[in-house]
Design a protein around this ligand. Sequence first.
Ligand SMILES: [Zn+2]
Length: 484
Amino acid sequence: MNQTTLQKYETVIGLEVHLQLNTRTKIFCGCANVFGKDANTQTCPVCLGLPGTLPVLNRKALEYAVKIALALNCKVNTFVKFDRKNYYYPDLPKGYQISQYDKPIAHDGHVLVTMADGTVKKIGVKRAHLEEDAGKLIHDERANASLVDYNRTGTPLMEIVSDPDLRSPLEAYEYLQALKLTLQYLDVSDCDMEKGSLRCDANISTRELGNNQLGTKAEVKNLNSFKAVRAALEFEEKRQRDVLASGGRIVQETRLWDEAKAITAPMRSKEEAHDYRYFPEPDLVPFVIEEGAIAAVRGAIPELPRQKLERFIKEYGLCEYDGNIIVADPDIAAFFEACAGIYRDTKKICNWLNGPLLQELNARKTGLKDIRITPEDLVAIIRKVDENVLSNLAAKDTLKFVLESGKSVETVVQEKGLAQVSDSGALEGIVEEVIRANGNVVQQIRDGKESAVGFLVGQAMRRTQGKANPKMIGEIIKKQLSVQ
Ligand SMILES: [Zn+2]
């Protein structure tokens, strides 16, 4: 397909995100809402769907749903009603899922997303509703059998449906990042795609540029990471354009992403034709949330990433780039702010946080709250560089040793002998030795080859095991050789 054909088309994407809420107990019973326990140990007659049992709504799950609704700038439906979504599957013991159909708890909101090119785009949130998760089927190839684990059954889920406002796989990726970050700040889920606590299905269609009608969409499922979402959509975008460019038609279907082959393939059609026969859930009486309760939830919403970014730019003079990296982790953001409270040069703090500290965290595959460093420690290191006590290299080593040992900066610098030798008497002696040992280089310098000074500086640095201040050594060499 040539470039002109490619430019003829526009991609339209909408995402459905399923989020497991991290409440202590399940949505309609008192079973623990935990991940990774032995199969079928976290169940009771209610979540197993036994006859005669009745669901009771978890107040915390409702509170989290309202929190999410408000944070996504949605209108909240104060009239709360649940519906039965009927279908049969072995992981759904009741034969129906309790969900919300015509009265989702939230609707008509939006997320502001900074796209890769720096522009900020408003992505609509069409609706978000509360429902229960199903169990999990485990296909045991050795036994040639399928096993079912009902521990997940009844985990509170929030389904967040975006408007078809995304125009490229990259935009979809950026939206997911922004959405996830907001949800992490709210502390309503661990948002871990690997554990399945955040899942995503994507709707994608293609239309000719300038056409406002939506094209026929394909729904892509089996996306297990943000990277997979992007890769699957890139594949699907190209596939749809190829079909249209060759005069074909897109068929409405569900397609599964095959990670190993890096393709999407149609799902067997009999698995997807559903008529859910929704009807109001008779075991849960509709009720109204009072305005006061919503105001209380609103009051408990922390500062969200976008507000924080804007405040950091304004208050601390951060650039958008630094700000985005810092705000991308709530712990780093808090750490930055604590540092900024005791040290004025916020650019330097950013450079340390976004550079050496993040590198150390990545190398250890850990987060800030799991390691032993305080804002005071980091500022102490930065100050020692300012005061020429530590070279940049020694400062990075200090950081590493502080992280490893949990000892104070002062102790680490002393124990490891990291302080620079700034005693000019000692340095003069070392420089004299170096000059004596390198007669030929000295001659080159006297002949006007200034660059050879660097070699002598290197030799002197070696003799101090890197602890000298190289600038000082350079000056002493020039002084001793009487060249300027
Ligand atoms: Zn239960």
